[in-house]
Design a protein around this ligand. Structure first.
Ligand code: FES
Length: 272
């Protein structure tokens, strides 16, 4: 690469304005491990969620509904007890109902600041790691189409709040039994609660949320409530990566739980 450094035709780390360093990196640690692990983890989720989104079955085991299928917006959804079968789309919708709703959490996560870093490094090696030159000759960041579209993340945040609200409603309904009587609690109720707790923590730790709550303020002392909320969101924001992974795992596990119970693999253990 050093031979090309200085050429105005090349950008990124090879641009003439950058120091000319012959080796691709000077790191001696296993710098490739985090991006490789990230790529493997994301790939596993993509494979699992794609299979489940298209499966179109075993997503409701009263009173639990899979987060992949909630709210269930198609007429073809399985009947749910006071649940999330809203039937906005008529019988003409012949595909899996999950495809109608997953676009929102998917868009939220795909444009998330943390996930961007994760898949830019894990899949595109752009850059592969800190202080490791990327293999691409040009680097335009997120200044051009299509990556400039990442800016819609702030709008996906509002949809993510609505989806989290609906999943909260589902978690509340998990305190009913299969006949609709309140007071039920099973292992599935705990799975739903853990999942919605992590989803809210991840959603509220969003960088856009932090800006919405505490950004554009000249004087914090004049806005004590927003300042306090900003402090809470900032603490969550510092753990955004951990929450991104934890909520990704919990949403898959909640779906898997419903899939297994709905398929009769085991009965939901009841506490009361
Ligand atoms: Fe990650 Fe908004 S920055 S969800």
């Amino acid at each position: 690469p050093s031979a090309a450094a200085g050429s105005p035709a090349r950008g990124g780390v090879h641009h003439s304005s950058r120091a000319s360093i012959a080796p691709r990196h000077l790191r001696r640690d296993r710098w490739w491990l985090p991006p490789a692990a990230t790529a493997a983890g994301l790939l596993a989720f993509v494979v699992y969620s794609t299979w489940r989104a298209f499966a179109d079955e075993r997503y409701y085991a009263a009173p639990y509904v899979s987060p992949f299928y909630s709210p269930c917006l198609a007429e073809r959804c399985v009947p749910m007890k006071d649940g999330a079968d809203w039937e906005v789309f008529g019988s003409w919708w012949a595909l899996s109902p999950a495809l109608l709703i997953l676009i929102f959490p998917l868009g939220f996560r795909l444009t998330c600041y943390y996930y961007r870093k994760a898949y830019y490094r894990g899949f595109w090696a752009s850059p592969p790691a800190c202080a490791v030159a990327e293999p691409h000759a040009k680097y335009t960041g997120e200044t051009r189409f299509p990556l400039i579209l990442q800016n819609i993340h702030r709008y996906f945040f509002y949809f993510a709040v609505i989806v989290a609200g609906i999943l909260t409603y589902d978690a509340v309904l998990a305190f009913r039994d299969e006949h609709g009587a309140w007071g039920h609690m099973g292992l599935g109720t705990l799975v739903m609660l853990a999942n919605i707790g992590l989803i809210w923590a991840y959603t509220l730790s969003c960088h856009s949320c932090r800006h919405i709550v505490g950004g554009r303020l000249r004087t914090f002392s004049k806005h004590p409530v927003r300042y306090r909320m900003w402090g809470v969101v900032s603490r969550l924001n510092a753990r955004h990566m951990v929450l991104a992974w934890a909520s990704l795992a919990s949403v898959a596990l909640a779906d898997l739980y419903v899939y297994l119970v709905a398929g009769g693999v085991f009965d939901d253990p009841r506490f009361f």
